[in-house]
Design a protein around this ligand. Structure first.
Ligand SMILES: [Mn+2]
Length: 348
């Protein structure tokens, strides 16, 4: 094992002992993820819930805002029996301890009220100013997945990782890093390799190749038809969408277009503009770029190769979305220090 991994593991051991002792006897504990949680958010929440149960005997509540829409994630939640609640249905005063995973206070991507106290934050996005005020903070932007951090806690506390927990943690790292091809670290690879033999392959296959409704293919059709190319950048709009994650999914798909190094996608989910960015350009940090182009329009952030954002829409008609698309492209090209060029459709 190399020194960096060993150092991370000892940090994980120390931190997990600290939080277990602190959480002991708290009674009602809340675990919040970002809205419309992805596998990494759900896996991290599920693993923390398990750690708390095994070590302190308390059953924590997992909650988030928005919906789980992506087919893979719905199959995952069903097959692995992950129980969660909508944050709007909870009496937040009833919780004595609040934990946040895969998100941080005040980022704009979670529904936990900004003025409420958060005790514990475990995340792999850039550390936010507001997070400094929390009692327990373990933020590791160099990690590809929050699930890898939780995996280290479980290991250092000798918590047995049964099939379901292993499958969800493995799938989280697999999907978040595209099988260790994107934004990954040695610690993610360590967790991925140790979890793989513990997984249920049948469930894993069902999650990764889910049957999908015809609406799903309609979004692909819309995305392909509307995709515009500006040099090595591609932008597309899906207009009205029934779940936010479809934007990121199609952005991933369109990253495979030859010559394309940056993809930006946009959709309208219930009056909110959903943005997704992907880049394979090593000099470009997607999270930083996203913050730059979204300034004054909404909130956003991310990792070096992936980023997301949300924009408040003044109008949700097609013309307004097309206008926003052009504005985002103008800002993107400006941020990349390039002139606005004529766009070219991806498909004729
Ligand atoms: Mn994550």
């Amino acid at each position: 094992m190399n020194d960096a991994i060993a150092c991370n593991l000892s940090h994980s051991e120390e931190f997990s002992i600290g939080i277990i002792e602190w959480l002991r006897g708290k009674g009602s504990i809340l675990i919040v993820t970002h809205d419309h949680p992805d596998p990494d958010a759900l896996a991290a929440a599920f693993a923390l819930q398990h750690l708390i149960l095994v070590k302190t005997g308390q059953e924590a509540t997992i909650a988030f805002g928005g919906v789980i829409g992506r087919r893979e994630n719905l199959v995952m939640v069903k097959e692995l029996e992950i129980k969660s609640k909508s944050i709007d249905d909870l009496d937040l005063d009833a919780f004595n301890a609040v934990c946040m995973v895969d998100t941080q206070p005040g980022t704009g991507n979670n529904s936990f009220p900004n003025d409420r106290r958060v005790d514990l934050v475990i995340d792999h996005h850039q550390l936010k100013e507001q997070t400094h005020a929390c009692r327990w903070v373990d933020v590791r932007p160099e990690y590809g997945a929050s699930a890898s951090i939780l995996f280290e806690y479980l290991q250092s506390q000798d918590v047995k990782i049964a099939t379901k927990l292993a499958t969800i943690l493995f799938y989280a790292i697999k999907s978040e890093t595209e099988d260790l091809g994107r934004d990954w670290s040695k610690s993610d690879r360590e967790a991925y390799l140790k979890l793989m033999p513990l997984c249920n392959n049948r469930i894993l296959h069902e999650i990764t190749r889910p049957k999908s409704s015809r609406i799903y293919f309609k979004y692909f059709n819309t995305g392909l038809k509307n995709a515009k190319i500006y040099g090595n950048a591609l932008i597309f709009t899906l207009y009205d969408i029934d779940h936010p994650e479809i934007v990121a999914e199609i952005a991933d798909f369109l990253m495979r277009v030859e010559g394309i190094e940056i993809v930006v996608g946009l959709g309208n989910y219930q009056g909110e503009g959903v943005l997704s960015m992907r880049t394979s350009h090593l000099e470009t940090h997607a999270g930083v770029l996203m913050q730059e182009i979204i300034k004054g329009l909404g909130t956003g952030g991310g990792h070096s190769m992936t980023a997301g954002g949300q924009v408040h829409l003044v109008s949700t008609d097609r013309a307004a979305l097309s206008e926003l698309e052009t504005e985002l492209m103008r800002r993107l090209l400006k941020a990349l220090d390039r002139d606005m060029v004529e766009s070219e459709p991806l498909v004729q």
